[in-house]
Design a protein. Structure first.
Length: 208
């Protein structure tokens, strides 16, 4: 199914149809978004990168604090700096991505007091980023397995910021390009049933 004819808000991709089924009716976009590891060598336009970050900018946040910050790597020099932060098990696929976004958050309110919601709110920005990328036919996969202390030094991260994720972004490549360990995982994964995530009215009292 080509990117020109496929609309992720109206239909499910073939690979999603084969691997995912919602318990209740939702927009196909939520099922179509998944996290491939294989990236093609096709560049992502500046406009598409900015569109993805623009969507993330409009995420909700406590007191409209907007703690998220996006560290964008798109030149070869910038990408190499980011690649060297990623642990080897993920570099074997992440190195192919034409751009990487570092997702960071400001840990304080404007008055300098600690903001206990900075990471939660930045997670909302990540979700918006990932969904907008999917709308554009782009793939994203968040990486938490990177050297966070090295990242602070390499990216000159101030003490009042945390770096949570590195997010390779690009067009999906072929699963055959992955090594054998990752090739078998290159498909949309499932979710536990909705009933297993709902606690109606609160947890039951523990048995004596």
């Amino acid at each position: 199914m080509s990117q020109q004819t496929f609309n992720p808000t109206e239909q499910l991709s073939e690979e999603v149809q084969a691997n995912r089924k919602a318990d209740h009716s939702i927009n196909p976009l939520f099922l179509n978004r998944w996290s491939p590891r294989s990236f093609s060598d096709q560049n992502v336009s500046e406009e598409d990168l900015l569109t993805v970050l623009e969507a993330a900018r409009w995420a909700p946040s406590a007191r409209n604090g907007q703690p998220w910050r996006f560290i964008l790597a798109k030149t070869e020099e910038q990408l190499q700096t980011f690649r060297e932060l990623i642990f080897p098990s993920n570099r074997v696929w992440a190195d192919q991505a034409p751009a990487i976004i570092g997702l960071a958050s400001y840990k304080l309110w404007e008055d300098g007091q600690p903001n206990p919601y900075h990471a939660f709110d930045t997670g909302a920005a990540w979700q918006a980023l990932a969904l907008q990328a999917s709308l554009l036919g782009l793939s994203t996969r968040a990486i938490a397995s990177f050297d966070k202390e090295k990242a602070r030094t390499a990216l000159n991260v101030p003490d009042d910021y945390d770096v949570h994720l590195l997010i390779p972004i690009g067009y999906q490549g072929q699963a055959d390009a992955l090594n054998e360990d990752f090739r078998s995982l290159e498909k949309p994964n499932g979710r536990r049933s909705l009933n297993d995530s709902i606690i109606e009215g609160g947890w039951a009292e523990p048995q004596a």
